[in-house]
Design a protein around this ligand. Structure first.
Ligand code: ATP
Length: 171
């Protein structure tokens, strides 16, 4: 992980924080997600990593690598140190931000826009019935590589919880 330098914090989720990093040699931007863990990665996490690693699709954020990082934090007055251990997952950076924020600022998307997005980004033709049957998607989706750096490209965003938001708006 020494090959990356920190650019900025991206945000925090339920399980950890994400940071934007730059590869020191190639200058490639990546997102790194830190999840606090014990010494071992249990077999469920290992299975998640293996399945994410095997996903290769232009609409799915690309998994790059994972490793364990650890640090000691000194306590005051020689009380000793605390040891923290994190699972660090390096993945493709989605430069366009959160779809959730776009929905919030747009208020709601028109049916045409939803249809267009589902067809373009998810490859879903019969859009709305399929969205209504979706629970939270298992993977974060984006249409094409998020590394274009084009902040204004509405395609390069995280879908995260968006199917739930769409469900609420379409009721
Ligand atoms: N690959 C990425 N590219 C760009 N930004 C990202 C990426 N992954 C995470 N982020 C940013 O970091 C924030 C935290 O991400 P994280 O995946 O930890 O949580 P989340 O998706 O918001 O929620 P949850 O914990 O339920 O998965 C996100 O809200 C997003 O803004």
């Amino acid at each position: 992980m020494e090959k990356y330098e920190v650019v900025k914090d991206l945000g925090a989720g339920n399980f950890g924080v994400a940071r934007l990093l730059r590869h020191k040699d190639t200058k490639e931007l990546v997102a790194m997600k830190y999840i606090e863990r014990g010494h071992k990665i249990d077999e469920n996490v290992a299975r998640e990593i293996i399945s994410h690693k095997s996903l290769r699709h232009p609409n799915i954020i690309r998994f790059k690598e994972a490793s364990i990082v650890s640090c000691f934090i000194s306590l005051l007055k020689n009380l000793g140190c605390l040891y923290f251990c994190y699972l660090a997952i390096v993945m493709e950076y989605a430069a366009g931000g959160e779809l959730f924020d776009r929905i919030c600022s747009a208020g709601r998307f028109s049916e045409n826009e939803v249809r267009h997005r589902l067809r373009k980004d998810h490859g879903i033709e019969g859009g709305i019935p399929v969205v209504l049957s979706l629970e939270k998607p298992k993977a974060k989706l984006l249409p094409f590589s998020g590394q274009s750096g084009e902040e204004d490209n509405p395609s390069d965003y995280q879908w995260g919880n968006s199917s739930n938001i769409l469900k609420q708006n379409l009721k």
